[in-house]
Design a binder for this molecule. Structure first.
Ligand code: PEP
Ligand code: MN
Length: 304
């Protein structure tokens, strides 16, 4: 007998489609994730300096990103690798938001840091290594900020749904799921991108789902292809690593796009986004420009 998805994932009823009428749309500043616009989050793996962050922020804003990513507290495979600039990075992220209007997503690694990170960030990122840290999930949920929940690198879909359920149970409905690649027997790439997982999550849950092509493959030349696959699988957005000089990046340089590569990817993705029947960045930028003209209000002039 065929088991329904509802029965299969009965342990996490609140995340399943049908638990509420319609899909969850997560409001962030002046836009929404999971609605009718495809959302791009972009930025460096780690915040390294004011010059680095501001250059990336201005660039990705112009190319159509809505959210600036950047690690302040970094979970690293090696305990001796760069651990992030902490509070100084949070302040730089807030400065970049002030200048560009981009929303900020950044990782929170420990319960103790939740209030500090929530003060500066618009979206709290729960990293792959923390996905099953339920006390961190609960604390992050209670901050009231939307949560970007990255799939654990060895987490099943059911594990990820349990973590999402913990956030909902702690009174926070604004969960964004992120597929970022999982560990499999194949070591050719950093991880194995689970595009079927994206399609499944979109089919069985009411939550927005985004794809992280950067961590999924670990090589910058494959990032545009995986981004395309993420769009085709039904994702509501992307989170992509971008650095002014990837070869000099303090973390994840191999998978970071430079500015020209990011621009080329954004342009190449447009027809794929159009095929989905949702708004592409150029349409939204045009709409926003029309709106700005109507309002006679020009907040972006400073960044061109
Ligand atoms: C990151 O976004 O830079 C990161 C560390 O991601 P993940 O937790 O998916 O490895
Ligand atoms: Mn990274």
């Amino acid at each position: 007998m065929r088991v329904s998805w509802q029965e299969r994932f009965a342990e996490t009823p609140e995340v399943l489609i049908g638990a509420r009428c319609g899909r969850t749309v997560v409001p962030v500043l002046d836009f929404a994730i999971g609605g009718d616009e495809f959302i791009t989050m972009a930025g460096p793996c780690s915040v390294e300096s004011e010059a680095q962050l501001m250059a990336v922020a201005r660039h990705v804003r112009r190319a159509g990103a809505r959210v600036l990513r950047g690690g302040a507290f970094k979970p690293r495979s090696s305990p001796y690798a760069f651990q992030g600039l902490g509070l100084a990075a949070l302040k730089l992220l807030a400065q970049a938001r002030g200048e560009t209007g981009l929303a900020i997503v950044t990782e929170v690694m420990g319960e103790r840091e939740v209030p500090m990170v929530a003060e500066f960030a618009d979206i709290l990122q729960i990293g792959s290594r923390s996905m099953e840290n339920y006390s961190l999930l609960a604390a992050a949920a209670r901050s009231g900020r939307p949560i970007l929940l990255k799939r654990g690198m060895v987490a099943t879909i059911a594990d990820m749904l349990r973590s999402a359920q913990v956030i909902l149970d702690n009174g926070n409905p604004n969960v964004i799921l992120c597929e970022r690649g999982i560990r499999t027997f194949d070591t050719a790439l950093r991880n194995t991108f689970d595009s079927a997982g994206i399609a499944l999550l979109k089919q069985i849950t009411h939550l927005p789902v985004i794809a992280d092509p950067s961590h999924a493959c670990g090589h910058r030349d494959l990032v545009p292809a995986l981004a395309r696959i993420g769009i085709a699988a039904g994702s509501d957005g992307l989170i992509v690593e971008v650095h002014p000089d990837p070869d000099k990046a303090l973390s994840d340089g191999d998978q970071s796009l430079n500015f020209a590569e990011f621009d080329a990817m954004m342009t190449a993705l447009e027809p794929w986004i159009d095929l989905r029947g949702i708004a592409s960045r150029s349409e939204k930028l045009k709409e926003n420009a029309d709106q700005r003209r109507e309002d006679d209000f020009h907040p972006m002039e400073a960044v061109g």
